[in-house]
Design a protein around this ligand. Sequence first.
Ligand code: NAD
Length: 250
Amino acid sequence: MKTIRILINGCNGKMGQEVAKKARVMEGIEVLGGIDQSDSGDNFFPVYTDLNNIKELPDVIVDFSVPVASMKVLDFAIEKKVPIVVATTGFSEEELDKIRKAGEKIPVFQSYNMSYSVSVMRNICSELAKLLDGTDIEIVETHHRRKVDSPSGTALMLAESINEALDNKLHYEYNRHDKREKRSPDEIGIHSIRGGTEAGTHSVIYFGEDESMEIKHTVTSRGVFAEGALKAAKFLINQDAGVYNMKDMV
Ligand SMILES: NC(=O)c1ccc[n+]([C@@H]2O[C@H](COP(=O)([O-])OP(=O)(O)OC[C@H]3O[C@@H](n4cnc5c(N)ncnc54)[C@H](O)[C@@H]3O)[C@@H](O)[C@H]2O)c1
């Protein structure tokens, strides 16, 4: 098997470090370098602060950073024709459109959640929504205090799959604070909790009459996402231009 050489965008961040740690022990993966705002940190690979200084091209770029940095490295990936795994979250519609357009030129893997179990949860939640049509569906997500985007990309992904399964008849309700009215049957409530070092928990709750059902996924280590992103890198290397996600890989 050919060794895949990766470049980690956001390499000094929590996830970038986790990817580097996993890559060290995963067969068939080598870290060629990293990109971040500063080259501080105790890394076993070269860190670039300027994309123009990268001399040796990687086989795949793995991006866990911030949207503005993702957009920069996406331009670089298109120019150099390098496949890219985009794992960053919190994109605007315009940025998402740019990611979709990049897929016309290079292989792009994008998922708000790199965990295999979450893609299974997504399927289960869509099926349950159909089976339990008429229940009040609420999504609750919990993340560490440093997370800047809310709701999480995963919560939105779950809401979208559920809504699709129900012919998009629901709207999303993020904030009941300003309202003095009963819950509408046409909504999915989405709630964010922030605190501590929590790596990520997502619950989808189906409330019926005198009963409820909850599907819950909890991550106790970010290693889960790092491993998923590296598997995505291995998957991407054999693909044509296009935008891929967990469904394609699973
Ligand atoms: N898809 C998934 O499964 C998944 C899982 C966990 C986290 N995430 C997402 O990954 C992203 C990173 O998460 P994190 O916990 O590592 O955050 P973090 O804040 O620890 O790391 C972000 C890194 O990006 C770097 N950065 C900022 N601006 C930059 C620039 N202009 N150029 C290069 N690097 C820059 C920062 O210096 C930092 O090292 C977030 O969007 C988070 O939501 C996705």
